[in-house]
Structures are given as structure tokens and as C-alpha cells.
Design a protein around this ligand. Structure first.
Ligand code: ASP
Length: 469
């Protein structure tokens, strides 16, 4: 077997006989000639079967006529320069053509249940997700998912280049006091007890700072049982970062550098550098929201990225039953000027937190804070929220304990991969930048979850399902 040449590299093989493998993107049967577009991960090339008199040529023509769109094939042929009048200068491989000498069918394909040659956005969501692996073959989806990979790779490279270690944290963990509803997992070994899937690696990354790693990151999955929206799914991925011996400025600058380098190297233009900074109060007055879009109509069309930092958020807000709760993150540190108020439990409504949110094109693309790294500060936060000593211990006792043994000052951030990709691709739905998202009703793509468990599994877990539910 001859070596496989990638379609994207065929231009370097003009005049040679080569072998390519991939999918039949389109077949155009013109009677005497059969044209194909072949596709692999690197691109598309046109191939042609020319008429011939001998037996071999006739057999090839017969074979070519049986090949259909989306068949998987290995094709050998001669890479020819196209005649001047047929050159499509704006197209990849528009100046060459493969004169097909043999076609080997590796896999046949039934007609695809929907058209993947164009934009699949208009196709029924359930159909698209049921056949997501076909939807992902469409040019737009392939591009989105590859762009996602590139974004994450570039962020990773930046972080590795700046002394960060990539460290994984557990998927089966304890329910966190961070806000949203948890997805829970029953424990077979401890019937009646449950793990929770992480809403974020928040506590573990702080423990890694306590452990002395100083610079951590992870491309982390976060799972939250929240109502699904255009820009929110049950699962999302975040570039999760934590750093020691830093102040707000340091984290914001590092992230700003990472984002700038990443998106500019990907060919995007940033509206304003350094990213403008605005207080929560001013943002609310000016835009009526803490996420806003700074682009003009023209800049929207040009795909420009308008980043901004929002800072000086209130630390606490009132709950419906009149208690105080945190606005963003209970592990945050107040701004230095307000630490005293927190410690004394004074002027609660005026206490500002070190939270910084990164906004881009109307979305919150990231958020983080400097953390309370001394036990008494975290205790004071919980006291403000009305927790008794025991309740605080039950909730975050392990963090308070950890901070007793020399925790460095630290802070971090999480960037939402999907929201960043939505900005880069111009997509308005999160599912367009995830390989296997869920339907609006929370059904998994391709596979059938959620579904009932077998009686045996339920028994093992000691779970009885209420048939009323
Ligand atoms: N844990 C926070 C989140 O997931 C991010 C952070 O403060 O680092 O939103």
C-alpha cells in the first residue's frame, strides 16, 4: 500500500501518483466523466474519473458510479495541475485535481438523514443531536470544534510557559456551598450517601495553593443542575486557574496576557488594550447590567472582541428571607479597605469583594477573585451569612483547617471555554461549540440519558424510585 497523503498537502505532489483516504464529500456524475470532492481532516480536493477504452478503465468507471456521498474511500491517482481556465484560485486545492486511477471503498454510507453540506443550524435539534457525529462533519461544526481545541491548546501553552502545573481534581466530590444545585451520585459502598459532581474545582485548587504548587491550572469540567439556557448547559468546561502570592492586578494581568496572546495569535482583533476596567456600580448605571457589549454595529460584523473587566462587586446581597448571602464566591477576600468591616461584621451592604469578571461581547467570559487565606476571614464571611460555628464547620471546616497550616495569599479565575468560543465563532448557542451537547430538554446527544436504572442497580444502591415522580 502506498503511503497516505493528506489532502491539504497534495499541492506539494503535483505530477506524482498518490493515495488519499477520506470521505466522498460530493459526487457529480456527468455521464462520461464522474467528478468527486474528497474530504479528510485537512481539506477537500476534486477528483475525476476519465473515460477510457480498456477493460480496466471501464471497471473503474463502473466502480465510480456506485460510490455515493459519505462513502469512506482510499483513492489513488495522479495529481494534475488544472488547466488555466478551470483554476479556482479562491479555493483550497483549486489549482489541482486528482486523476483517479483506483477507488477502494473502505465503508459504504446510507444516505445521510439531513443535509450536512451547508449550515445545519436550521435542522431540527433532536435530529441533529441524535446524529451528532454526522452534524459534526459539516464545515461549520468542524471549524467550531477545531477552533475550540486551538483556543484551549494556546491557553495551555501560555500557562505552561508561565510556570503553571496542570493538575486534575476529583470528579466525585462533596457538595459545594457555591450556589447552584448539584448533580449527585449515589454511593454503592455507603447506601444512602451521595457524592456530588464538581460545580467547579474551587476548593481543591485552593488546597493546591495550600500544598505549595503556587501556579495551578486545569481544563476542568464543571457540572451544575441549572435551568438550561442558550448560553448555559448542565456541563461546561473552564480554564481554571489559581495563583499564590498575588493581588487582583496580578491575576487580571496574567489572564489578560493569556487571552490577548491566544486570540491575537488566532487572528482576532481586540477592541481595546489594556482591557478597560469598570466598577460594578458604574456598569450598572451605564449599561444596566454587569455584562455588556462595547462593540459598534460595524465592529460586530468584523468579529472584533471587546473585553472589559468589571470590579468592585458587592460581597453580599440579601436573600428572600432577609439573610445575607455572597454574590459570587464565599471564599473571596473583601477589598483590603473593607476587610476590617467584614471582620467586625459591620457595613455589610457596603463591603466590596475582590471579584473580577471578564466580560466580552456581552457575555461573562470569566470570573474569579482573591481568596480569604486565613481561617478567621473565612469564618467571618460565614458568620455574616448567619452560619453558626457548627454550621460553618460542617460546610467549610476542612478549608478552615487547611488554612491553619500556612496557606499563602492566593487568588484565581475560571474562564468559560464555551462562552469564549461563542465569541470567537460568533455562535449564539452553547451547543454549537460543544461536541456532544444536550438537547434543551436535557437529553444527551446520540446516547439515551437520562434513563431509568435496572432494578438490580437500584437495589445495589439502596434506592427506591417514587413512581409518582
Ligand atoms: N470557581 C469560580 C467559578 O467557577 C471561579 C473562580 O473564582 O476561580 O465561577
Amino acid at each position: 500500500m502506498t503511503e497516505r497523503i493528506l489532502i491539504g498537502e497534495l499541492g506539494q505532489h503535483v505530477g506524482e501518483t498518490v493515495s488519499i483516504s477520506g470521505w466522498v464529500d460530493v459526487r457529480r456524475d456527468q455521464g462520461k466523466l464522474v467528478f468527486f470532492d474528497f474530504r479528510d481532516r485537512t481539506g477537500v480536493v476534486q477528483g475525476v474519473v476519465l473515460p477510457g477504452k480498456d477493460e480496466e478503465a471501464e471497471a473503474l468507471m463502473t466502480a465510480a458510479k456506485e460510490v455515493r456521498n459519505e462513502f469512506v474511500v482510499t483513492v489513488s491517482g495522479i495529481v494534475n495541475q488544472r488547466p488555466e481556465k478551470n483554476v479556482q484560485a479562491d479555493k483550497q486545492n483549486g489549482n489541482i485535481e486528482l486523476e483517479i486511477k483506483s477507488i477502494e471503498v473502505l465503508s459504504v454510507a446510507e444516505p445521510i438523514p439531513f443535509d450536512i453540506s451547508g449550515d445545519t443550524r436550521e435542522i431540527d435539534e433532536n435530529v441533529r443531536l441524535n446524529y451528532r457525529y454526522l452534524d459534526l462533519r459539516s464545515e461549520r461544526m468542524t471549524k467550531n470544534i477545531r477552533m475550540r481545541s486551538e483556543f484551549v491548546r494556546r491557553c495551555r501553552e501560555f500557562l505552561f510557559g508561565n510556570g503553571f502545573a496542570e493538575i486534575e481534581t476529583p470528579l466525585l466530590t462533596e457538595s459545594t456551598p457555591e450556589g447552584s444545585r448539584d448533580f449527585v451520585v449515589p454511593s454503592r459502598l455507603n447506601p444512602g450517601k451521595f457524592y456530588a459532581l464538581p460545580q467547579s474545582p474551587q476548593q481543591y485548587k485552593q488546597l493546591l495553593m495550600t500544598a505549595g504548587f503556587e501556579r495551578y491550572f486545569q481544563t476542568a469540567r464543571a457540572v451544575r443542575d441549572e435551568d438550561l439556557r442558550a448560553d448555559r448547559g448542565f456541563e461546561h468546561t473552564q480554564i481554571d486557574i489559581e495563583m499564590s502570592f498575588v493581588k487582583m492586578e496580578d491575576v487580571m494581568n496574567t489572564v489578560e496576557q493569556m487571552v490577548t496572546k491566544t486570540v491575537e495569535d488566532m487572528g482576532f482583533t481586540i477592541k481595546q488594550k489594556p482591557f478597560p476596567r469598570i466598577s460594578y456600580k458604574d456598569a450598572m448605571e451605564k449599561y444596566g447590567a454587569d455584562k455588556f457589549d462595547l462593540r459598534t454595529e460595524e465592529e460586530k460584523e468584523q468579529g472584533i472582541l471587546a473585553y472589559a473587566w468589571v470590579v468592585n462587586f458587592p460581597f453580599f446581597e440579601k436573600t428572600d428571607d432577609g439573610k445575607w448571602t455572597f454574590t459570587h464566591n464565599p471564599f473571596s477576600m473583601p477589598i483590603p479597605e473593607h476587610l476590617d468591616w467584614l471582620m467586625k461584621g459591620e457595613n455589610i451592604e457596603q463591603i466590596l469583594t475582590t471579584q473580577y469578571d471578564l466580560v466580552c461581547n456581552g457575555y461573562e467570559s470569566g470570573g474569579g477573585s482573591i481568596r480569604a487565606h486565613r481561617p478567621e476571614i473565612l469564618e467571618a464571611t460565614y458568620k455574616v451569612m448567619g452560619y453558626s460555628e457548627q454550621e460553618t464547620k460542617d460546610s467549610v471546616g476542612h478549608m478552615i483547617e487547611a488554612f491553619k497550616y500556612g496557606a499563602p495569599p492566593h487568588g484565581g479565575i475560571a474562564l468559560g471555554v464555551e462562552r469564549n468560543l461563542m465569541n470567537l465563532t460568533g455562535e449564539t448557542y452553547l451547543r454549537e461549540v460543544q461536541a456532544f451537547p444536550m438537547t434543551r430538554g436535557g437529553q444527551t446527544a446520540v446516547m439515551n440519558a437520562p434513563k431509568p436504572l435496572a432494578e438490580k442497580q437500584l437495589k445495589e444502591l439502596g434506592i427506591k424510585v417514587d413512581p409518582q415522580k
